[in-house]
Write a protein that binds this ligand. Structure first.
Ligand code: PLP
Length: 453
């Protein structure tokens, strides 16, 4: 009979799968190292087990001990499986930007989960780096894993992932592309592959809001590059010891939007239901395509499974809210949807400048269409009133008809945003849209700016 003695023995030996539709424009053979075949559904099972085994071996982790780690979920899952089989307790400390599914999954495998705020400095006592470290100091018989700086992380990939890729490609691998978080995967695999063949090129995929790319290119740790981003699993605001910059040939940065879109495309066009960093990684491959030629063998490593992202990248409402869906071009009615229910504020030709000013103040608006019995006949805006005021401080008593400007252009409700923008650029302060019920509504510069994603 052939069987594993426990779930940990099924870690590793994941398949390489040829990419097809998504890489049509790439000259090289692109093969995915498909890590979701690991029992915890991610590459992190490998390093989680290795970190525990090494800590057991040198006495940092003792029988019945508590394992503590700051983890976005995947390392936690690997640690949880090993903790169950080996009889340890596990506390996972997570940042609150991580998907709820990841937290629920960790609880399902017996981990205690603590959630910390994302938008605080790593040194802040509330950050998940600081909380994990503190718990490690306070809880008796505990061991703080610290995947960022723990050398067993990269070593796991040096000993398993790297050799697997070398053997599966029969030494023909020419490029390795992978998202970088702690750096364990890229550094371990990269070191092994370069030792076999120094010509293998190692590319990291980074996010906007992370320090890696600039640091690699210039040696500068630029705090201005740090801001919160949506992509999960890759990019950092620290330099983990596991990132060995000397074996990385270059980084490419992928936007949150592209990473999300390509996560969906992997599922829909390749049947590869994978996590967000896989979307970033394959987009990274496409961004780097001029570096690959015919005959090259490019390995892209996909870290984790799509099930952890069903409430996010696989949820179109979530995608739409962030402007990540390239839907049909927006039209006039899309620009007014936030205030369409409010009546159009107007002023009559015979009313006075002071009335228009009062109305602008009351409704917090900067321009008003002017009406008479015939309909819309003119417009007043802040700049017209300001000019009038400069000419005569007592202009408040002047009738609107004496200071008004030309009426705003009227467009149909299905006019494109592009056309409306042109009308505003041509000097119109606003545009009126004719609605089906015969009424009009106003589109201002602010509505167009708000629409930009
Ligand atoms: C989903 C996902 N992608 C990518 C990474 C980055 O891998 P590494 O930490 O080995 O650089 C991680 C690590 O946390 C991850 O969880």
């Amino acid at each position: 009979m052939k069987y594993a003695n426990n779930i940990l023995e099924t870690i590793g030996n994941t398949p390489l799968v040829k990419m097809n539709a998504l890489v049509e424009d790439v000259d090289a053979l692109v093969l995915a190292k498909y890590e979701t075949f690991n029992p915890g559904n991610s590459v992190k099972d490998r390093m989680a087990l290795k970190m525990i085994e090494d800590a057991e071996a040198d006495g940092r982790l003792k029988p019945g001990g508590t394992i503590i780690e700051g983890t976005s979920g995947n390392t936690g899952m690997g640690l949880a499986l090993a903790a169950i089989v080996k009889g340890y307790k596990l506390i996972c400390v997570m940042a609150d930007k991580q998907s709820k599914e990841k937290i629920d999954i960790l609880r399902a495998v017996g981990a205690k989960v603590m959630v910390c705020p994302t938008n605080v400095e790593p040194e802040d006592p509330r950050s998940y780096y600081s909380v994990s470290k503190r718990l490690g100091e306070e809880i008796p018989n505990s061991w703080y894993v610290n995947q960022y700086d723990n050398p067993s992380n990269a070593k796991a990939h040096y000993e398993s992932t790297g050799p697997e890729i070398w053997e599966q490609t029969e030494g023909q691998v020419t490029h390795f592309v992978v998202g970088v978080g702690t750096g364990g995967t890229i550094s371990g695999v990269g070191k092994y592959l370069k030792e076999q063949n120094p010509n293998v090129k190692i590319w990291g995929v980074d996010t906007y809001g992370s320090v890696f790319k600039k640091y690699h290119e210039t040696g500068v740790f630029d705090e201005n590059e740090i801001y919160s981003y949506i992509t999960e699993g890759i990019g950092e605001d620290i330099l983990p010891k596991n990132v060995d910059f000397s074996i990385i040939d270059g980084f490419t940065k992928v936007t949150d939007k592209d990473a999300a879109i390509y996560t969906q495309r992997l599922a829909k066009e390749e049947g590869m239901f994978l996590g967000n960093s896989a979307g970033a990684a394959i987009k990274g491959v496409l961004q780097l395509k001029e570096h690959f030629k015919k005959g090259d063998v490019v390995i892209v490593l996909f870290h984790d499974h799509g099930s952890r992202y069903v409430g996010k990248m696989f949820n179109d409402d979530w995608m739409r809210e962030r402007g990540f869906l390239d839907e049909e071009a927006a039209v006039a009615t899309d620009l007014i949807k936030d205030h369409q229910d409010k009546p159009l504020v107007t002023v009559k030709t015979e009313e006075l400048v002071s009335h228009a000013i009062e109305r602008m103040r009351k409704y917090n608006i900067s321009q008003i269409p002017v009406m008479d019995s015939q309909g819309l006949v003119g417009s007043v805006d802040e700049s017209a009133l300001f000019t009038a005021f400069l000419e005569d401080e007592n202009k408040g008593a002047t009738p609107i008809k004496d200071v008004m400007k030309a009426p705003y252009p009227i467009v149909a409700s299905n006019t494109s945003v592009e056309e409306i923008s042109k009308l505003i650029k041509d000097g119109n302060q606003a545009v009126l849209v004719a609605l089906e019920d015969g009424k009009h509504h106003i589109i201002t510069k602010y509505d167009i700016i708000s629409h930009i994603k």
